[in-house]
Design a protein around this ligand. Structure first.
Ligand code: NDP
Ligand code: 2IT
Length: 451
């Protein structure tokens, strides 16, 4: 087939839309990647003839299952669970599990697709997967959450394995839930193996896994600023979310001399003009993780702060912004507002937090803008290191792991430069990340033939 006979981007996307009706998040993620990959593939016959992008955008499999559990009042409850195994060309499927009422097959397919490129960028041998359920952990007792996790794993266990598919945490799934799921896996299979990451330190977990996503995102941000001979000292940061990623991103910003102005949750955002320092971050961590409280209550503990209900924090003027809550939380108008207010850099801690309009706004403004698949890869990278430690049956020291995380984030930054440097001082990190991630997976797929 001559190069000119290849389908063009609009035709390719028409097909994706047709094959995935009612899956807007998945279509959005594919579109964002395809925009860059089509340009890159223009003169690369083999990628076309072997239908590589078409194959990466079709999950290897999607497993959907019923999860029944009994609430504290004895009522039988029914949820849906999924595991999307997107691509294992470069290693076992790897990616988190999300428990949130907004979880659908579309959301998990977009996350597994993104994860495939992200994991390739880390340089570690991990394929892409994602799982989860529309279960809502909010307001549930610990026993209810335990019973749900056990029931979820009672089906999931047959699809995963240390060399097959290794899940971890994501929204609504932290150390506690990983513990419940690992306990059930071990009980069913009688096999103590590194089948999940994000485990407790006493039973095979890795130091700094908890911190890794947020810290990694800020390391990536620092790498981007360094291309402009700048650092985080004295810079103001607006952060969304108040979970694992947001609080650890805030912590690293503070450690590197920046000032964090906001945090948020699904109820709204808090703005603390004095800055959210380490003591306040510790309060938020305890409040959100152990007390399962709302960010709104921050203003009772720290009365100089204000709470804005039902809004995202992007209108607060800042030097740098880190969306760390969820997908499509930063829209085109938010991006325009950030730029109008002088924001110089955006590093995504969440997956696909910026919608396509917002991505185009950041690209057109040529600001430093890192897509999640590059800047939030620190979490899965340390998950990869946890897998290595489990295989070796030993634990590495904190200093070693900290250094490895920093090196991996710098490596991802370099890969983005390799394919995203547009000249004139502008680096298109979206393009760089998409192409670098794609190339590694694509070349492995070419080696395997049509499978
Ligand atoms: P957590 O469950 O710890 O925290 C999630 C935070 O985001 C909470 O503050 C939550 O608020 C908020 N949030 C969730 N859904 C929504 C929503 N629909 N609207 C507004 N706010 C929302 O999750 P994580 O911090 O682990 O994950 C945050 C993001 O980072 C996700 O996009 C995740 O995929 C991504 N990520 C996570 C990694 C990890 O290692 N944990 C690795 C890489 C990326 P509320 O309490 O009100 O629900
Ligand atoms: O989105 C992500 O990269 C994660 N939720 C972490 C996945 C992992 O396997 O550690």
């Amino acid at each position: 087939m001559a190069v000119s006979d290849h389908v063009d981007l609009p035709t390719f996307m028409e097909g994706v839309k047709k094959r995935n009706p009612y899956q807007p998040e998945f279509v959005q993620a594919v579109q964002e990647v395809a925009e860059d990959i089509f340009e890159f593939m223009q003169d690369k016959e083999e990628y076309h003839s072997q239908q590589i992008l078409r194959r990466i955008a079709e999950p290897d499999r999607v497993v959907s299952f019923r999860v029944c559990w009994e609430d504290d009042n004895g009522n039988v409850r029914v949820q849906r669970g999924w595991r999307v195994q997107n691509n294992n060309a470069i290693g076992p499927y790897k990616g988190g599990i999300r428990f949130h009422p907004s979880v659908t097959e579309s959301v998990l397919k977009f996350l597994a697709f993104e994860q495939t490129f992200k994991n390739a960028l880390t340089g570690l041998p991990m394929g892409g997967g994602k799982g989860g359920s529309n279960f809502n952990p909010k307001g549930k007792s610990v026993r209810e959450i335990m019973r749900f996790c056990q029931s979820f794993m009672t089906e999931l266990y047959r699809h995963i394995g240390a060399d097959i598919d290794v899940p971890a945490g994501d929204i609504g799934v932290g150390g506690r839930e990983i513990g419940f799921m690992f306990g059930q896996y071990k009980r069913i299979t009688n096999n103590f193996t590194g089948v999940l990451t994000g485990k407790g330190l006493e039973w095979g977990g890795s130091l700094i896994r908890t911190e890794a996503t947020g810290y990694g995102a800020v390391y990536f941000l620092a790498n981007m600023l360094a291309t402009k001979s700048e650092d985080l000292t004295g810079k103001t940061a607006v952060i969304s979310g108040s979970g694992n990623v947001a609080t650890h991103a805030a912590e690293k910003i503070v450690q590197l001399g920046g000032k964090v102005l906001t945090l948020s949750d699904s109820g709204g955002y808090i703005h603390d003009p004095d800055g959210i320092d380490q003591e306040k971050i510790d309060w938020v961590k305890t409040h959100k993780t152990h007390r399962r409280g709302r960010i709104e209550e921050y203003v009772t503990a720290f009365p100089k702060a204000t709470f804005v209900a039902g809004k995202t924090p992007w209108g607060v003027p800042c030097d740098v912004a880190l969306p760390c809550a969820t997908q499509n939380e930063l829209l085109g108008d938010d991006a325009r507002m950030l730029i109008a207010n002088g924001c110089k850099a955006v590093a995504e801690g969440a997956n696909m937090p910026t919608d396509l309009d917002g991505v185009h706004v950041f690209k057109a403004a040529k600001i430093l803008y890192a897509p999640g698949k590059a800047s939030n890869a620190g979490g899965v990278a340390v998950s990869g290191l946890e897998m290595s430690q489990n295989s070796e049956r030993r634990s590495w020291k904190e200093e070693e792991l900290q250094q490895m995380l920093k090196d991996i984030m710098s490596g991802i930054h370099k890969s983005c430069l390799a394919y995203g440097d547009q000249g004139g001082g502008y680096i298109d990190y979206v393009k760089g990340a998409n192409i670098a991630g794609f190339k590694k997976v694509a070349d492995a797929m070419l080696a395997f033939g049509v499978v």
